[in-house]
Design a binder for this molecule. Structure first.
Ligand SMILES: Nc1ncnc2c1ncn2[C@@H]1O[C@H](COP(=O)(O)OP(=O)(O)O)[C@@H](O)[C@H]1O
Ligand SMILES: [Mg+2]
Length: 409
């Protein structure tokens, strides 16, 4: 597998130095270098690419660069060589401790960088041959269901799917089973040229991934795949429970996460999906009608499914109606809340109206952070959300020097 080469430098001058140094390197195992100018972009690209070698300037995220190295190298497929502004032993150690494979001062780039790259590439290839490729046996089907319309089910599952696709390496697909009034394509500004209804029209009882693939849309910004709902309500009836079952079976063989949005009215097509789900996220709100519907649905689901499958998500959790608290809801429903999603009318409505998920446009907003926590619950350490590098604690040179003298780094 070729290794992607990424160049993350902080000035034109640095770029020239590195590119001159690279002109002497045989790059046969590496893709042409991709230039990146922003730490978020770097995290996003390395989270979804295969094996990647990053040539990173120590100034790239200023004082937050060591923290950035730590996040990048949390993934075994990413290796980082840090370019230092000058020969600086303490700084070099700091980067090596953060997980860098090597450090090279800019002044020595021409003479040392080619050898350093060759070494790291050789090691990466050894790992690629020796270790099994991370794989999944069967993907996880995760359903979102809102027992009351308008509680935010579609908005939350769409943002969760985008977050998983953008900040986690395994492939993700989102299926819109709200067959009459599907919202996913609109929420992602996707033109549903192919939908589950067009799939149904072609379906003749046999289904494999090759057959299914042309019906999946791609959300370019995140890489998320989408099986959109029919474009008109009357087409919903083309979609049979058998088709839904086969589709989900095929998708979970090809995607690590198969997320599903469902309508409030419980239909056979939703029940098929619920039967296959590893988790059923029930979305509710601090609103008496939503709570009452949730109670009714829980009563039914508890008869059908094991308790550990049922998870409660509280949307707009900071909006209090007549004193109803999340704790009271948990007690009343006898189920703990796994995610509290705050209300943010402005971000939610803008993101809906513009068709851009808030997790991409405003990753540091509390509402996005709450979605990232949910993504971490599902994907564990594989999920790496962007951190606001400017908010990293800064450490003065003197303090760093003192810590160095004390042997702390
Ligand atoms: N956390 C939130 N903060 C503010 N508004 C929200 C939030 N979640 C959802 N909304 C609003 O609720 C509306 C309905 O959401 P939607 O996802 O379509 O609900 P459902 O799928 O449950 O019917 C959205 O258009 C959005 O404006
Ligand atoms: Mg909906």
């Amino acid at each position: 597998m070729p290794i992607s080469l990424v160049l993350a430098v902080s000035s034109e001058q640095e770029r020239t130095v590195v590119q001159q140094a690279l002109s002497g390197v045989p790059l046969s195992d590496l893709s042409p270098p991709q230039l990146i100018s922003d730490p978020d972009e770097l995290l996003r690209i390395t989270a979804t690419a295969g094996p990647t070698l990053v040539l990173l300037s120590a100034n790239f995220a200023r004082t937050a660069t060591p923290a950035l190295v730590e996040r990048l190298t949390a993934s075994p497929s990413v290796q980082v060589i840090v370019l230092l502004p000058e020969e600086d032993f303490a700084l070099a150690r700091q980067f090596l401790r953060a997980g860098a494979a090597d450090t090279v001062p800019f002044a020595q780039a021409a003479s040392e960088l080619p050898g350093s790259i060759a070494n790291v590439v050789r090691r990466m290839q050894k790992v690629a041959w020796g270790a099994p490729v991370p794989s999944f046996q069967t993907g996880r089907v995760v359903i979102f269901y809102g027992p009351k319309g308008g509680v935010g089910t579609s908005l939350l599952v769409t943002n969760l799917a985008v977050a998983l696709a953008a900040y986690q390496p395994a492939p993700v697909v989102l299926v819109d089973l709200n067959l009459q009034f599907g919202a996913v394509a609109t929420l992602l500004s996707l033109r549903p040229e192919a939908t589950i209804a067009s799939l149904a029209q072609r379906f003749q009882g046999e289904l494999d991934f090759e057959f299914l693939q042309p019906f999946l849309l791609t959300h370019e910004e995140s890489g998320l795949k989408v099986l959109a709902a029919p474009s008109r309500p009357e087409l919903a009836e083309l979609v049979t429970t058998f088709l839904v079952e086969r589709t989900l079976q095929v998708l979970r063989q090809n995607f690590a996460f198969v997320l599903v949005d469902t309508p409030t009215v419980l239909q056979d097509t939703s029940l098929v999906a619920l039967d296959m789900a590893e988790y059923i996220f029930i979305v509710t709100a601090l609103d008496l009608l939503a709570i009452r519907n949730t109670q009714l649905v829980l009563e039914m689901f508890r008869k059908l499914y094991p308790a550990e499958r049922l998870k409660l998500v509280l949307n707009r959790s900071n909006v209090r109606f007549s004193g109803l608290t999340p704790e009271q809801v948990e007690e009343f429903l006898n189920l703990s809340i796994v995610a509290h999603i705050p209300s943010d009318g402005q971000l939610a409505v803008t993101s809906v109206n513009e068709g851009v998920p808030f997790v991409l446009r405003h990753p540091y907003a509390p509402i996005s952070q709450s979605i990232f926590r949910l993504a971490s619950l599902l994907a564990g350490e594989q999920f790496r959300a962007p951190v606001p590098v400017s908010e990293q604690p800064t450490e003065g040179a003197l303090r760093r020097f003192v810590r160095f003298l004390l042997g702390e780094e």
